[in-house]
Design a protein around this ligand. Sequence first.
Ligand SMILES: [Zn+2]
Length: 254
Amino acid sequence: MTIFDTHAHYDDPRFASDLDEVLTNLPQKDVCNVINIGCDVDTSKMCLDIADKYDYCYAAVGIHPHDAGKAQDGDIDRLRKLAQHPKAVAIGEIGLDYHYDFAPHEVQIDWFERQLALAKELDMPVVIHEREAVEDCLKVLRNTKDVRGVLHCYSGSWETAKELLKMGYYLSFTGVLTFKNARRALEVVQNMPLDRLMVETDAPYMAPEPFRGKRCDSTMIRYMLEKIADLRGITPEEAGEITAANARRFFGIK
Ligand SMILES: [Zn+2]
């Protein structure tokens, strides 16, 4: 099996006690690559530190909508510098979250747009987080030209997915695919072009069934691949190879 985890947070405190053990073992358990995703300047640096230490790990640097309220003007320059690191492969995670609403909508939109502009300037792809903000997110993306992006932990409708796919976006899925109430995500996976599909853990969150609620790690992606294989009439191995090839192309990893 080939497992490319396109979105993880191994910098999370929940891995602090055994991080080295977990990350040293993943390549022996079919994990070919992991992208750790920053949520502010500090965690972006931590993701780059992990990438320095483990050959198969890469990083995205960015400011999460949850952290947009704390972001400072100089942070775009700080991200621009961090993005020069040879193992920085994307700007993220960026976007809008009106579910938790930790920052005013205008502030979230402003940081979303500024980071999309940075990605365009640096010719890097973006990793987008959207929760209960689909209309504003689409509005921003419709006004954004020439940026490659992925909607992470996609949970929207097939209608919205069609518009995003038409604009060239990739869609990435977590353990949610294995949940009993995953009807919408399953409909999207069933109908979307396979060459735009990626998988992720969002570790330590979003562990798939039968581990729901537990700390998630990249090996658990095999349960998502089994679900995808089921829906598309391919083998889990093929699902792993296809999603890994998509991720390599998207992030520009050889
Ligand atoms: Zn995340």
